[in-house]
Design a protein around this ligand. Structure first.
Ligand SMILES: Nc1ncnc2c1ncn2[C@@H]1O[C@H](COP(=O)(O)OP(=O)(O)OP(=O)(O)O)[C@@H](O)[C@H]1O
Length: 262
């Protein structure tokens, strides 16, 4: 999805489900270890509107992955709960996952890596995978294997795969942190473009403030067991990373980020 590439991208043929809201109700997590009990966070209440791009930011060890794993349903909270709701009020929300590394099956082509997550769908056709590969700019790579793709292209397949299940919520765990900065920046621009075309709520974990400001509508800061910062992003899109507005907001956000002691 680098901006240098001009592969055609079309979302017209994609029938996207509406975005879902996310509600964290009195959420808490404690781990029992040999060293004793460790509370990561407690009493967290949050409402995230459908269609919002949220970034969760925190220092190392603040509990970002723990929270994402609870929201992903991989970990049980110690207290509280997470509720997802479609715009029609129903709670059967699909969750899409994009991981730090793309986790592609090396013996499968791009199309087969997407087909894999649809194996229980008798109506699935390869044209479905191809539509999502087109969407992320991989029109000419349908039958390539992961080793024949760059790191950025592999992560695009990961994004296409997550979107192909038509999630109401897309959960992303530092998906660009293993890429060089130029590739990561291009991918961020493309992610925003795709998000603007499809109606999705995105919950994106990062430790990078510039990334959070480039992407988000709302920035949540996690530390000392609570959400200590909750900032609306006032910047219009598209965002210029070197504009005065961007740099001023970044400075304000960084000040808030460091307002909590290590
Ligand atoms: N399975 C576990 N058992 C015990 N403690 C855990 C477990 N998982 C995480 N922790 C602890 O919970 C705290 C938060 O960890 P977590 O991985 O969520 O932080 P993080 O913000 O994602 O950090 P990083 O940015 O370094 O990945 C840490 O102190 C960690 O040691």
């Amino acid at each position: 999805m680098s901006t240098k590439q001009s592969e055609s991208v079309s979302a017209e043929s994609i029938d996207s489900q509406s975005a879902a809201s996310i509600h964290l109700e009195n959420l808490g997590k404690t781990f029992d270890t040999k060293e004793g009990t460790e509370e990561v966070f407690s009493g967290i209440d949050l409402d995230i509107e459908p269609g919002t791009f949220v970034c969760l930011l925190g220092k190392s060890g603040s509990g970002k992955s723990t929270m994402l794993n609870i929201v992903s349903n991989v970990l049980e909270p110690t207290e509280g709960r997470v509720v997802f709701r479609n715009r029609d009020g129903s709670e059967d929300v699909n969750l899409g996952h994009v991981f730090q590394s793309p986790r592609l099956l090396p013996w499968n082509t791009c199309v087969q890596n997407i087909e894999y997550v649809h194996e229980n769908n008798p109506d699935y056709e390869d044209s479905h995978a191809k539509r999502y590969l087109d969407l992320v700019g991989l029109k000419n790579h349908y039958n390539k294997y992961p080793t024949q793709l760059s790191g950025g292209q592999q992560q695009r397949v990961g994004i296409a795969r997550a979107l192909s299940i038509d999630p109401g919520v897309l959960l992303m765990d530092e998906p660009f942190s293993n890429l060089d900065e130029i590739t990561a920046e291009g991918l961020r621009e493309e992610l925003v473009r795709v998000w603007q075309k499809l109606d999705k709520t995105v919950f994106f974990v990062t430790h990078d403030m510039t990334e959070a400001i480039q992407l988000s509508d709302r920035i949540l800061m996690l530390g000392k067991g609570r959400i200590y910062g909750d900032l609306e992003n006032p910047l219009d899109r598209p965002r210029e990373l070197d504009s005065n507005e961007f740099l001023e907001f970044r400075q304000k956000a960084i000040r808030l980020f460091h307002s909590i002691e290590d």
